[in-house]
Design a protein around this ligand. Structure first.
Ligand code: SAH
Ligand code: SF4
Length: 343
């Protein structure tokens, strides 16, 4: 019999599941509280009788997430974790400290299918989806380690969250529920490379989270070269979905644009971007491309960044350059895992 991941159940589902086995309702709340505290073994749930603990471990399992490597930046206090999962797979999470609170960047898959040319995770291929409980555990493990509450969550680590749609939606429900971690949706961001059908579905769910779209190019010619997903959904289809998202949710989209010297950093590119983004409620985040692969992509100069910002402002679009954090600890996702596992 395959065991059920007990931590991916919300309190109502857990109560139902217990009821089906003749276990009293109040036990569900007790177990739920233990799980919420990060307890990883039924044996440690001390207010349960031994035979119940045994019964639970036959039917359910609690996916673990332990710290394999931890690196702390001497420059800015950014922390990078390499976590080991119950089946021996590795994922990464990064903690960033800002004056407005602590943010965590979590992974949504082990690896990624999307194969973006500039991305260390994409290079390593895809292994499996993360369970909702494993995404929760990334946060819990970090909170326990630093001894502080994390206020902001970004799904911007390894993997494509909208390619693991159901589990990510379940995770969002669990992490924001009052009886669970109780993190506000307004403090959660989700980044996608542009899985267009799921952007429509997400829009209709009207969640108060922030959607980031990894655009990285103003047209199909360039985007086809760097992001294979563009062959399935092109720039105009993606931007149409973004327009819909903004209209339905009233939320501003954050467009990610990794600036690559000689690839997407010309004034013409900036004008094309400005023209296309003008009708959409959005902000542009320029990211100096991280030099992580052997593709030869290089960062642009600050002068080029400024020129792009100036041009976009003529179209009424705000753009900022994202601060690079943890430059000394390979904080960009996929880098640490790549080194550890040689994938
Ligand atoms: N799969 C999702 C989320 C994870 S990637 C997505 O693609 O949006 C998180 C962000 O890092 C994305 O914006 C991605 O394009 C960007 N990224 C990946 N490799 C990068 C690199 N070498 N330099 C700069 N940004 C990179
Ligand atoms: Fe996957 Fe995002 Fe990396 Fe592309 S950038 S390969 S979608 S993780």
């Amino acid at each position: 019999m395959e065991k059920t991941d007990i931590k991916s159940l919300d309190l109502t589902e857990l109560t139902e599941s217990f009821k089906a086995q003749g276990i009293e309702k109040y036990r569900a709340k007790q177990v739920f509280d233990w799980l919420n505290k990060g307890t990883l073994s039924f044996d440690n749930m001390l207010n349960l009788p031994k035979d119940l603990r045994n019964k639970l471990s036959e039917k359910y399992f609690i996916p673990s997430c332990s710290i394999e490597i931890k690196r702390v930046s001497k420059l800015d206090g950014t922390i990078k974790y390499l976590y080991k999962l119950y089946d021996g797979e590795y994922i990464e999470a990064v903690i960033m400290k800002y004056h407005h609170g602590i943010s965590i960047c979590i992974s949504s898959q082990v690896g990624c299918k999307m194969g973006c040319k500039f991305c260390a995770t994409g290079k390593g291929g895809f292994k499996r989806n993360l369970l909702p409980s494993e995404m929760l555990a990334e946060i819990e493990t970090a909170e326990k380690d630093i001894g502080e509450r994390i206020s902001n969550i970004v799904l911007m680590g390894m993997g494509e969250p909208l390619d693991n749609f159901e589990n990510v939606m379940k995770f969002l429900k669990l992490v924001s529920s009052e009886e669970g971690m109780n993190k506000g949706m307004r403090h959660i961001s989700l980044s996608t490379c542009g899985i267009v059908d799921k952007i429509y579905t997400l829009a209709d769910m009207k969640l108060q989270l922030t959607l980031s779209v990894s655009l990285h190019a103003p047209n199909d010619e360039i985007r086809n070269q760097t992001m294979p997903v563009n062959k399935k959904w092109n720039v105009s289809e993606l931007l149409e979905a973004c327009k819909y998202y903004g209209k339905v949710t009233g939320r501003r989209i954050s467009f990610e644009y990794a600036v690559i010297s000689g690839v997407n950093d010309s004034d013409e590119c900036a004008h094309e971007l400005g023209r296309k983004l003008k009708p959409i409620l959005g902000h542009v985040n320029l990211i100096p491309v991280n030099d992580v692969t052997d593709t030869g992509y290089k960062k642009s100069s600050q002068k080029r960044h400024q020129s792009i910002i100036n041009i976009l402002s003529r179209y009424g679009i705000t753009a900022t350059v994202r601060r690079t954090l943890g430059a000394d600890i390979e904080a960009a996702c996929g880098q640490l895992k790549g080194k550890h596992t040689n994938s």
